[in-house]
Design a protein. Structure first.
Length: 327
């Protein structure tokens, strides 16, 4: 295996000059650079990553940790990877399936200096466990952790759910059912609060939130549709926590003979590709920007140049699963 000394001898330059070319540091004349690059190619030189890590103290690698690999996670992961790549960083993805031990093992790589930073999408451990790793390197999360020292790219889902509820109301819906995700999630807490505040403001009776928590799978949506079938007075709108759940709801309702939106409106959340394909009204809240912002926050904590964070806002995307007011 060729070494820097071999390259220097082949190009008739000093080892320091070769090092400057390899590391893009310091001035090297154009002709000299061409000679060194030609020697690198001819000798098939490959840099020793471990030696570089020892010299710079950096791995140039970020960890991405999530309990699951679903569409909403991917929508954040891809822009994070792109932003990292543009800054000269690679990424390693860890899917824990909710296993606390596996999650801690991934965080241990930060402690071992095998990662320069971590983007935590969905967590398994309690915050106090994860906060103990802050001394080992930067961590950024999606979660609302305003009371915690871990930086976040969180956007409050209270406002987004209010936006969806208000639009359903404006299109004539009065019996609005809200479906929620993970029962213990802070986003769920904020959505629940938004729903009850909205119902109170309109003087309507809310559906019991406890009955519609943890709606995450095909089976869960089947259960909701079966419940709707059993009601004498049925909901005329469903607000979901994700586009995937909205898509399942639309499909299963139509198979039962319901017309969407004539019989029941459906609103998603995320503005993923599936909502466009299935023409589902949804709430956009900058999922891709969250991924980019997370990487930028890590770079800033490492003292690297980075673009400013993109502002995150909620926007209603009106499509065919609601009786849109502008049609």
């Amino acid at each position: 295996m060729a070494t820097i000394q071999d390259i220097a001898e082949h190009a008739a330059v000093s080892s320091a000059t070769v090092s400057r070319v390899i590391n893009s540091s310091g001035y090297v004349g154009a002709e000299t650079r061409k000679k060194v690059e030609a020697a690198i190619k001819q000798l098939n030189y490959r840099p020793n990553k471990h030696a570089q890590m020892l010299r710079t103290g950096e791995t140039k690698n970020f960890g991405i940790i999530s309990t699951q690999f679903n569409d909403t996670a991917v929508a954040r992961i891809n822009p994070f990877i792109s932003t990292a790549y543009s800054a000269g960083y690679t990424t390693t993805l860890f899917i824990t399936n909710g296993d606390k031990k596996r999650e801690r093992e991934a965080f241990d790589l930060l402690k071992a200096k095998e990662l320069d930073g971590i983007f935590l999408i969905y967590r398994a451990n309690e915050w106090d466990v994860l906060e103990s790793y802050l001394k080992d390197g930067p961590i950024v999360t999606l979660h609302n952790v305003a009371t915690h020292p871990i930086p976040s790219v969180f956007i409050d889902h209270y406002e987004g759910n209010q936006l969806a509820l208000s639009y359903a109301w404006d299109t004539g819906c009065r019996r609005i059912l809200n479906l929620y995700g993970t029962a213990t999630g802070l986003n769920t807490t904020r959505r629940t609060q938004a729903y009850h505040d909205f119902c109170c403001s309109k003087n309507i009776t809310p559906y019991a939130s406890d009955s519609f928590l943890h709606i995450l799978s095909d089976f869960d949506v089947d259960r909701v549709v079966q419940w709707i079938e059993e009601q004498t007075v049925k909901p005329d709108a469903i607000i979901t926590h994700s586009d995937n759940i909205a898509a399942l709801a639309v499909s299963k309702l139509e198979k039962k003979g319901y017309q969407v939106p004539e019989d029941i409106s459906v609103i998603g959340f995320d503005n993923l590709f599936i909502s466009d394909v299935m023409d589902i009204t949804t709430v956009d809240y900058g999922i891709e920007e969250q991924g980019s912002n997370a990487c930028r926050l890590l770079l800033k904590q490492l003292g690297k140049d980075s673009d400013s964070l993109d502002p995150l806002t909620f926007k209603l995307i009106k499509r065919g699963t609601t009786k849109n007011t502008d049609k």
